[in-house]
Ligand binder design. Structure first.
Ligand code: JBE
Length: 224
């Protein structure tokens, strides 16, 4: 899968795209990252990517032309996503959708926002990773990349497997423990040390259900 990123901070992506599962997917040939500098698609001496908003107001707005020209040159197939707090909420289902694409393009905005024509005339969808304001779309793009790339066939080994993911079957994952069995007075539940596989699975299911009901009632209701 090829993943394109359009950003004014290409250096922001260097280390994350080399690290862990996301990095391994690239070295192993399962993913290819193409990060382009939005300023390379400006035509003035100062490489200007923003301008004052029509109609007034505080802050600057990112110009449409550099985004359009960057995407024109990439000729991408597949989804073109503008990361923005105004977008529909990104979730695991969307990550699975992206993971079966051959190509995915992520546009990162900054300042007060991006000229609306990027959202309506260039991006195929606008997505948000959560109801908080980031200083730019870059951290959101990395979140999307991470959640998608780990789903690519072969990206994870058996230890890391996506099969036990939270959200895999619509529930939060049950609590996990490792050694020591007792630590600072806190004990690992007996059932997990019983060796009784059926009891362990029943306990995990019950924990997952209780946790989801208590912490994420809206997820629980969606599962009904
Ligand atoms: O979630 N997002 O994609 C964002 C992008 C830019 C700024 N804030 C966000 N929450």
């Amino acid at each position: 899968m090829r993943i394109n990123v359009v950003t004014i901070f290409p250096e922001y992506f260097a280390e994350p795209l080399r690290t862990s599962i996301v990095g391994h997917a690239a070295t192993a040939g399962m993913a290819e990252y193409r990060v382009v500098d939005l300023r390379d698609y400006t035509h003035d001496k100062h490489r200007t990517v923003d301008d004052e908003p029509f109609g007034g107001g505080a802050g600057m707005v990112m110009k449409p032309e550099p985004f359009f020209e960057a995407v024109d040159e990439m000729r991408p197939e597949g989804p073109i996503v503008l990361l923005s707090p105004r977008g529909r909420m990104f979730d695991h289902k969307k990550a699975v959708q992206f993971a079966v694409e051959e190509e995915l393009t992520l546009l990162c905005g900054h300042y007060k926002g991006v000229d609306e024509r990027v959202a309506t005339g260039l991006a195929t969808e606008e997505l948000s990773i959560g109801d908080y304001v980031l200083s730019g779309g870059e951290p959101a793009a990395l979140v999307v990349i991470d959640s998608v790339v780990r789903l690519l066939p072969g990206a994870m080994n058996d230890h890391e497997s996506a099969a036990g993911d939270s959200f895999y079957d619509g529930l939060l994952a049950p609590p996990e423990y490792t050694r020591p069995a007792e630590f600072r007075g806190m004990e690992v539940p007996d059932v997990l040390r019983s060796g009784d596989h059926a009891r362990v699975e029943a306990w995990k299911r019950e924990q997952a259900e209780n946790m989801t009901r208590q912490r994420r009632p809206e997820l629980w209701e969606r599962e009904r």
